[in-house]
Ligand binder design. Structure first.
Ligand code: G6P
Ligand code: ZN
Length: 543
């Protein structure tokens, strides 16, 4: 096996964001660009020799080419074994499980999540560690530092590896195993959930539709929902992963999964609808004529967890990201379990999960999950909801209504202003930040400001501090207004404004969230001088 050391020059822009390195495909196609980053990752794992690395992606354009390159580099860098999903595929939660199940040292996931795919769109790569979770901030900073100092990388001269058949082969000191990307994950779901009960539900008069949006969850959903649980053929739509995701934007929300949302709000609506994103970690839950916000979804599942066999003894605790509504906190208090508020990004749940302090966690950005893996998990959330429906015999709407009756309703909406010039977005936030010290005690939009700050988080397990995680305005009546810049975009800056208000009067439980929160929406725009600084009158996406 010939190993070559190739001279290279550092790129200045390889700092991993919220979920690894995400760039346009064209950026990744520059000579040495992918290789430099992969070498920087490998260099940050000095104990890799002889260990196992999991490798696969969401099937987007450039997935196969990247895998061939990474195989050669992994061989040259001393990895003992590569576990690669057949066709180069793996969903993000499946990688997380496979790392844990086979006690791998980590995994490389090739995905830009829900960002569009194709030669003109996005590609991405991220490293997950041995707990199955996203790399810690200290590791990603180390990778970034390595990428800035790199001057060579190592690569083996091997031929093209056939990814399309399960097989085992030896390349130098590295064993390559092409495995079924679905089986181990589907087996895990079967251990968590009551499959006989779910089968009875799905084989009865209950109708559901799962939209895989031509991304990675198609094969997983077909295996689990249609083959193992016996849902009628066609329950899973857009099931074949395509390199360009069929030209769509596989982000499961009301804007990008519009055909599914339209169906659930139509006369022909099935009982239940769900969708996942490009790499299978996000989820959207819909009932007939009703959308469940991700924040409410976490709260409902926390309240109902005991109906699922794996959680029958109750939960250790629950965590949500800071911008996620406080609905889950209210449930946790009622259940007498711990609850935590972390910065945006799944990696912040890792320590709490590893330490056994939480069992469930979730984010407003359509992420829900549990301690079964160290990523959010779209299909897990769907199966969890189906379990609640099967157990209760109620509809999604009835479940939500009963939940609000018991715990109150957290009205919630997020407004995104995408593709702003970075300097404009930064100016808006800097202007707001400067006002924060004088806001407490003021009446704004008819509410008294209690706290106004820049959120900082001290990890309760390792004591690490993460600062500047979003600007918060907390009102005395429990309402909140939160501002932060997206860490996952690839073009310009995206400003996200999160609005939340708590309602306990049942007569007010069925208002339109946009109307209910209108005064907070106006306040958010005023405080950032949004119109005058950006010229924007309306958000590009509302969730
Ligand atoms: C990814 C992460 C999530 C996070 C989200 C935030 O999906 O996996 O954990 O919530 O990004 O994205 P943003 O664009 O708001 O930084
Ligand atoms: Zn994703």
């Amino acid at each position: 096996m010939e190993i070559t050391t190739v001279k290279t020059q550092a790129f200045a822009d390889q700092r991993p964001g919220t979920s690894g390195l995400r760039k346009k495909v064209k950026v990744f196609q520059q000579a040495h660009y992918l290789e430099n980053f992969v070498q920087a990752v490998f260099d940050a794992i000095p104990d890799r020799a002889g260990k196992t690395l999991v490798l696969g992606g969401d099937g987007r354009y450039y997935n196969r080419e990247a895998i061939q390159t990474i195989i050669k580099m992994a061989v040259a860098n001393g990895w003992g074994e590569l576990l690669i999903g057949r066709h180069g595929l793996f969903s993000t939660p499946a990688v997380s499980h496979v790392i844990r199940y086979y006690r791998a040292r980590g995994g490389l996931i090739l995905s830009a999540s829900h960002n569009p795919a194709g030669p003109e769109h996005d590609f991405g790569i991220k490293f997950n560690g041995e707990n199955g979770g996203p790399a810690s901030e200290s590791l990603t900073e180390q990778i970034w530092a390595g990428s800035k100092a790199i001057n060579s990388y190592r690569i083996a001269q091997t031929e093209y590896i056939d990814l399309d058949h399960e097989q085992e082969l030896q390349l130098g000191n590295t064993r390559i195993r092409i495995i079924d990307p679905v089986r181990d994950y589907a087996d895990l779901m079967e251990r968590i959930f009551d499959f006989p009960a779910l089968s009875r539900l799905l084989q009865g008069s209950f109708r559901m539709r799962f939209d895989a949006l031509h991304a990675i969850t198609g094969p997983y959903a077909q295996e689990i929902l249609e083959r193992r649980l016996g849902a009628p053929a066609g329950t899973v739509q857009n099931a074949i992963p395509l390199p360009d995701f069929g030209g769509g934007h596989p982000d499961p929300n009301l804007v990008y999964a519009k055909p599914l949302a339209d169906l659930l709000f139509s006369e022909q609506a099935p009982d239940f609808g769900a969708a996942s994103d490009g790499d299978g970690d996000r989820n959207m839950i819909l009932g007939r004529g009703v959308f469940v916000t991700p924040s409410d979804s976490l709260a409902v599942l926390t309240a109902q967890a005991r109906c699922i066999p794996a959680y029958a003894n109750g939960l250790h605790g629950v965590a949500r990201s800071m911008p996620t509504s406080q609905a889950a906190d209210v449930v946790a208090k009622a259940l007498g379990i711990e609850y935590f508020e972390t910065p945006t990004g799944w990696k912040f749940f890792g320590n709490l999960l590893d330490a056994g302090r939480i069992t469930f966690c979730g984010e407003e950005s359509f992420g829900t999950g549990s301690d079964h893996v160290r990523e959010k998990d779209g299909l897990w959330a769907v199966l969890a909801w189906l379990s609640v429906l099967a157990h209760s015999g109620q509809s999604v709407r009835e479940i939500l209504d009963a939940h609000w009756q018991r715990f109150g309703r957290h009205y919630y909406t997020r407004h995104d202003y995408e593709e702003l010039p970075s300097e404009v977005a930064e100016k808006m936030l800097a202007g707001l930040q400067a006002q924060l010290p004088v806001l407490p005690g003021q009446q704004l939009a008819g509410r008294e400001v209690q706290v106004a700050d820049d959120f900082s988080y001290t990890d309760p397990i390792d004591g690490s501090v993460s600062e500047h995680q979003g600007l918060r305005i907390l009102f005395a009546d429990g309402a909140r207004l939160i501002f932060r810049l997206s860490g996952t975009g690839t073009t310009g800056a995206t400003l996200r404004i999160y609005h939340e208000a708590y309602e306990t009067n049942p007569e007010q439980f069925h208002r339109d969230p946009q109307r209910y929160l209108a005064s907070l929406v106006t306040l958010g725009k005023d405080l950032t001088r949004l119109e005058s600084l950006s010229g924007r009158k309306a958000p590009t996406v509302i969730t």
